[in-house]
Design a protein around this ligand. Sequence first.
Ligand code: ADP
Ligand code: MG
Length: 729
Amino acid sequence: MSHTRFNALQTIENRFEPLPSELEGRPENIASYFGENVFGDESMKKYLPEKAYLSVKAAIQNHQKLNRELADVIAAGMKEWAQEKNCTHFAHWFQPLTGKTAEKHDSFFTMTHDGRVIEEFSGSALVQQEPDGSSFPSGGMRSTFEARGYTVWDPSSPAFIMEVGEGKTLCIPTIFVTYDGRAQDFKLPLLRSQNFLEKAAVPVCQLFDPKVTAVTATLGWEQEYFVIDEALFNARPDLMLAGRTLLGRAATKNQQLDDHYFGSIPERVYHFMRDLETECHKLGIPVRTRHNEVAPGQFEVAPVFEEINVAVDHNQLLMDIMERVARRHKLRVLLHEKPFAGINGSGKHNNWSMGANTGVNLLAPGDTPSRNLRFLTFFVNTIMAVYKHADILRASIAHAGNDHRLGANEAPPAIISVFIGQALTKLLSQIANGKKTDDAAVQRAIDLISKLPNLELDNTDRNRTSPFAFTGNKFEIRAVGSSQSCSGPMTVMNTMMGLQLLDFKKDVDKLMGKGTDKGEAILMVLKNYIRKLKPILFEGNNYSEEWREEAAQRGLSNHTNTPAALEVLHTKHAQDFYGKSGVLKKSELDAFLRVQLEAYNSRLDIEAKTLVELVNSSIMPAVLRYQTELADNIAALNNIGMDDSSNYQRDKLKRIVGHVSTIKSSLDKLEVAFTKAHDTDDLHREAHLLCDEVKPQMDIVREAVDALEGVVDDQYWPLVKYRELLFIR
Ligand code: ADP
Ligand code: MG
């Protein structure tokens, strides 16, 4: 009898239901506590002298540095606010290249040189800290003798109070850099890309409206995740160590019935969600929608979109809070892209657009001809940008967990293509085929934009298989992994759009220099682009085998795994991409690549070791015990002359023996491949070996073990089964 598994099941049986929500009794009215733990505009107004408040606002808007005196004033105001809310500590909150968040806590309390105890938070403590960051991945940029990294305040993302139990900490969003200012995190490149995009986009906006002086990228993410009971989680070492099940036979009921999608949210999870939402709202994270996803035990949460830097921070925070809130409910959140084989994985759709300071969404079709030309400009340039830099976008979402989605036959594929819907496809082809740019037909086509059907409604549900879809007033990047930071892909989006808009402006200027009228010049350039970008547009089924073939003919890449997808980062294309935009210096790009490879390799390393240990120490003992039992039974029947009555047992025994020998030979091969991978000192080669030689053996082992799960006595089976993981709540 397997104690761990059955104890876990027993624990759940005994849970009181429903668990009380810690936040029961909160007012229903979200507005009354929304943002109460954020040092946002309102608190700044209240706790800062007016002059300081205005300077901060201006500094944030113009990306200017704040001087020392001002920093002191802001720190004092922040401290007062935080202490009124019972904060005892402050922390620089940052996003090292692990993709997670980190913070180093310091107490406000300090001792003066003459031994007095005071509470202090100076401008310099606000602006810069020196956390002992030597244990965060640096991709070799910090040698050990100068292992320190520095965190530097990012005033464009508001400070907030993190509540953990009774403890309250004032968290200051920061970037994480080396002593000479090179990026060690995901935030600095994102901020650089945002600046770069803005510089490129403003002049293009001014072609249409001279009043535009600022442009920001916007992001609305949709976070998918699984929820399971804590007891079951603890009884699965693979979930604990690798975040996904490395073994496990599909339950006889899976998601075939699709009865989970938008189904009623089970009560315990509902309590968790409510609690999570309240925590989010206190922190100013505008989460709005919640629903069940396709797979059993899978859910989604999405906010109202925000300025990109804040949206990314909010998603990072959310992932953090989710884990903590889930524990309060004796649940665990699984953020892994593919926790369970055979059912849908989890993604994180990134809805991306750009907004100008005049209040317009640059990717929203307008209702006048001039607005439509502006829309068309940003729309076509985005597609062109994706076409040129699809490989770099693909590399930005390369990640061991995400390989299980992108490579597999599930939304979306690893081939990057763009879906724009029927109406816009028709429009683009009308423009491309128009004979002269000032042709009345082209003009009519553009005028038609204002008469387009409701694209948002129309496009959103049309093609769920596309990795990159235009959904009416934004592009939806669907290939991002659920556990990943949005920063990587969003940095790439901003950068490629910035580069593209620079090219566009140059092309338009050239024509205008030759005396072409502005509107006509814009149209001519767009028309030329539309003719070129056709290969990236695809409206069909992205899962189909035909698409794979057609995409190859069109020259589109299909990198089905991380090591292959990361290859592009060694190329001149990538160096130019990041170098010309100033988003990553060569040394930063190299370090970034190293960190990604190290992360991939260590993930596979953990998975392989966990699998081997599980098989050797849990699965095989159970299987062998059952094997003996069957053999004993057959022998016993033989002894009393009933050999011919043991066919069932013999058959079963033969099957078990067969699987056991498959497992043995695959484990041997796995070990050889593993050693070979570890013996190379080239990180990228190691990644390829782990992917191409170790992983396939893991799959064979899994297949055999999963088959055994179907025949070995249920009482012996040591691992919590899929049906228990997915259907007990
Ligand atoms: P679906 O699940 O159908 O893809 P949702 O309504 O769940 O759609 O999500 C749409 C997301 O798009 C939301 O997060 C929303 O805030 C975001 N969004 C809407 N407009 C913009 C915009 N201009 N820029 C960025 N994101 C946006
Ligand atoms: Mg979506």
